[in-house]
Ligand binder design. Structure first.
Ligand code: ADP
Ligand code: MG
Length: 292
């Protein structure tokens, strides 16, 4: 088993500060009846320009983590630091693509206006806005659909609108929360390739959450495996596949199969309640801590 901090440091060799630092992040949801410790102690870095995938069992706190990273939810303890500054509210250089794209698009706005809206809020001048929206729609293959409304589009097309909106915003960091969970297999493969193509072209830093092991290996440069709830980083797998990837070729490489097997085994460990052998071991919250 790898020690997360050590191996991510090795991968970052030559780079100074990471773009994103998650330090001892803990999140407890407090309710009237009971509290849920969703995240216990998460520590990891993402370097500028990296594409990191996070996998972990359902309910282990992946969405909670992304909400904390995007400043939508305050941490109970620990911190999220983006470009050296603690995140306490949604940071300007960050865009998020959620799983429920249907709910994230405004049904009364056209595709064009949906993509344009955050740019208006960012006060991007009109001509520049036009260029960014046109480029983003072209990148996701939706130029023809610019005047359609979201409800006139298939699920895969709606998700491409959500991706175009995130891309047009020119984020330095893109967070994606199981963005393809609800689309069919062929569309999913196309969207995976789209994300890799955009990542390579724009140099954006991507943190991609998925519960699909194959997807995490196909997309990522690095896969972080989360334990089951309350969550810690269980282990980390460096994806040493060539940067040029394609659905048939890459997935049939022996190395792809090996990496998939590695991640699979670790997710199985996570499901059966494994905790890291090194850090965080033995750190358990007492009931009084949970009720704090
Ligand atoms: P994942 O995205 O990995 O499936 P979540 O982050 O959605 O996991 O949830 C992690 C844990 O936190 C689960 O036990 C879930 O029930 C709980 N949880 C999520 N959101 C809330 C909330 N708003 N209030 C209370 N508990 C929550
Ligand atoms: Mg989730």
């Amino acid at each position: 088993m790898t020690v997360p901090e050590t191996s991510s440091r090795a991968l970052r060799a030559g780079q100074d500060t990471p773009l994103l630092e998650v330090r001892g992040l803990r999140k407890v949801y407090r309710g009237d009846q009971r509290s849920v410790e969703a995240i216990r102690d998460l520590t990891f870095d993402v370097a500028g320009g990296e594409l990191v995938c996070l996998v972990g069992p359902s309910g282990c706190g992946k969405t909670t983590l992304l909400r904390c990273v995007s400043g939508l939810l305050p941490a109970t303890a620990g911190e999220v630091v983006l470009e050296g500054r603690p995140v306490t509210s949604p940071p300007p250089g960050m865009a998020v693509v959620f799983q429920e794209y249907g709910r994230s698009l405004f049904p009364w706005l056209t595709v064009w206006r949906n993509v344009e809206l955050p740019l208006k809020e960012k006060k991007v001048p009109r001509a520049e806005r036009h260029r960014l929206v046109a480029d983003a729609l072209a990148a996701v293959g939706l130029t023809e659909a610019r005047d359609a409304h979201p409800w006139q589009l298939s699920g895969g097309m709606q998700q491409r609108v959500a991706i175009a909106r995130a891309v047009a915003y020119e984020p330095r960091m893109l967070l994606m929360d199981e963005p393809f969970a609800a689309v069919d297999a062929q569309t999913r493969a196309d969207l995976e390739d789209l994300v890799r193509a955009l990542w390579r072209r724009l140099g954006v830093t991507v943190l991609f959450v998925t519960h699909d092991i194959d997807e995490s290996v196909y997309l990522g440069q690095r896969v972080l495996v989360l334990s089951n709830s309350p969550t810690v980083v269980l282990s980390e797998v460096a994806v040493d596949l060539p940067d040029e990837r394609d659905q048939l070729g890459t997935r049939s490489l022996p190395r792809f199969t090996e990496l998939r097997a590695q991640v699979y085994a670790r997710v199985q460990q996570a499901k059966s309640g494994a905790r890291p052998e090194t850090r965080s071991a033995g750190v358990t919250a007492s009931p009084s801590e949970l009720a704090e």
